[in-house]
Design a protein around this ligand. Sequence first.
Ligand code: FES
Ligand SMILES: [Fe+2]
Length: 359
Amino acid sequence: MYPFKDDDCDYARGQWYVAAWSDEVSRTPLERWILGEPVVLYRTETGLPVALDGRCPHRNFPMSKGVLRGDDLECGYHGITFAPDGTCVRIPSQAAIPSGCKLRAYPLIEKWKLLWIWTGEPDKADPALIPDHEEIRLEKEGWLATQGFTVMLNSRYQLLNENLMDISHLSYLHAGTIGTQAVAGTDVQIIDGPRFLRGTRRISNDSITGFFAEVLGYNGNIDREVLIDYYAPGLHVAWEIFMKPGTIGTLDTLGTDGNPNVLGMYRVHHMVTPATRDKTNYFIAYSRTFARDDTSVTDTMTSVFTSVIMQDVEASEAIEQLLAKREAAPTELLLRADGHSVRGRRKLEALMQQERAQA
Ligand code: FES
Ligand SMILES: [Fe+2]
């Protein structure tokens, strides 16, 4: 599937993805499409989250239209009932339960305000593979993390993944909000770490955009580092470090948190979960170090980032629509600035090929 070279690549399955926000999952079954399959999410009476195949094995009725009986889920069509581990506990029309009468149960882990689902073989679901919430600053002292919003994107997930790693569009698609000309004009440095693939740009003596001048209470020029950390398959942590001018070099010795030259930092967490081949679940969260007690800053950031993110959504959907209409196979011209996106693509493609080889 474009933009992967290998046509058999669709989804990386042996992975953790964000399935939902914690507060979306309740005693009312919720359907969410994940990697081309419907999944039903609900909570037991004690509040434990459950993720089961969202398709009844009998006649394909959506399990999200079922009814909870205690901790069990009863199909709304003919009443077959399943326990939270997916085993069938009752078929109203017969006593014998055929071995194929069960639902796949997905490992699910609740962390911060998120529910992470494992879409591979259940016995390989290692919680340590979920990106560390302290490292990504969703759970870290000195940072305020806030839940953002969700978009059902009408495009294949990889268009969004590559949009998020492509910072060179900031100066054009997001001119006036988060983009300055300096961003597109600065070379990206790519760091392939053990946990994430980082693309970073260090910019000296840049002008500060209106929104950040306001929230940081700082009007002069600044140094800034703009980073995207891609945790394959579906998390991108986009962040910026604002520094006093002439001090960006101190990051190498003093780091970020606690560095006195840092005026402020924020991160935007983009969580990309394939829904189907042309639809994507897109969850957004934020964290920041500045003005943590000021809810008006949360509101302003939310409104600025909502408009920025919707520009990315529109761009990805416009590409998907064009690809869907055009009869010829997609082609593309890659530039130096696409290095990070393309490295991310190759990383994901390699994961999928590795899974196929092991299957
Ligand atoms: S379709 Fe679910 S019980 Fe018949
Ligand atoms: Fe963007």
